[in-house]
Design a protein around this ligand. Sequence first.
Ligand code: ATP
Ligand code: MG
Length: 408
Amino acid sequence: LNAALINIGNELLSGVTVNTNASWLGEQLLEIGHPVKRIHVIGDTQKEILNALNNLWSDFSIILITGGLGPTHDDITIGAMAEFFTTELVFHQPTFDALKERLESRDIPISERHKAQAMLPANAEVLGNMAGTAPALHFQEGDKHVYCLPGVPHEMRHLMREQVMPQLNQLGSGKYKKLLLRTIGYPESKLYDTVRDIIEPLPEQAVAFLPQIYGVDIRLLDNETSDKTEIVKALAEIHSRLGNAIFAEEDIPLSQVVGNLLREQQKTLATAESCTGGLLGDMLTDVSGSSEYYLQGFITYSNAAKTHELDVPEELIVRHGAVSEEVAKAMVQGAMRKTGAQTAISTTGIAGPTGGTADKPVGLVYIGCSVDDKVQVKRYQFTDDRRLNKQRTVYAALNMLRLELLAN
Ligand code: ATP
Ligand code: MG
């Protein structure tokens, strides 16, 4: 079925709050076979809510509303729902009990105002108000379903997962299976050209190219078509063409893929970072269990630190400059020697936007990678955006190590 969203909140219109609820819900609903086809983002007025509902009512069987469920003056969703469904508000004991318990545990006295919070539309199904959050409300008329969810993102997600998704899973024609291929090393246009003939015959919306900082994610959905094997076949074909450019087939980061390889091969890792300033170590240690293989990171930003911490010869830096193939190589070798790790990666570059010269422009980066006795250095030319350069350097470094470990 098709779904529509109404996101309520003046702060969404003024730009103070980013409408993350819409993107999260869009993704979730797509996966369970109810793609979002229209979104209304509106201010906190009953009139706007009624307008939006009237607009959507005839076209959609599933309408999800977020925001305006709380106890403050701007929370007008419940009143609007009662008006839309021409029903009254009635006292809902379980909601009051949950609220009371929460207030008592915090030593807050109960007032009339709190009682008013338990007044809910008579025709609503009240879904879960554990954890002391506002409940979700479900309204059904014929085959039409309207859900009201809190605006606070973590409360909304919790209620979706626990209460609403199980119901939505029962509606309609079944689930989409989402297949994901994460790629690195191909620019988007080259990637598209490489697999174009596989993708073009597939139904529209079955394939999405999602550019990321590290590369491009290819997402396939296997339910837009009657022939499910078609997508599976396409997937296998894309796989054989892209080979090692695909680093994951699920929602996991590159650092985790590298970590898995290190663990499988029982190798340890050290990092020697200059231009990335610790970002490489940060990403590696975002992975749970990384202490099994990640031994140490050196952040050697100054020339003196490179010499002192990693034994990079001073004259090497003087002769070739800190941003050079020779220094990147000496850095990985130093990191391995100092730590005893079997693998190491190093980064040295000009992150920008200042500091470039004619022969060493902003965005020039050398990455060193060593696995056992084999050392290699690659030269990259990135952009003039400092943050992006750091991120791209980290991904390129992780990918170098990944490819080396795969070749091992
Ligand atoms: P509360 O009980 O906290 O009042 P509520 O259901 O009334 O919850 P709102 O008052 O509309 O929700 O929003 C509460 C907060 O949740 C907002 O200040 C905002 O930070 C966040 N929020 C609301 N809607 C969204 C949204 N669509 N995307 C992201 N954040 C949102
Ligand atoms: Mg509120």
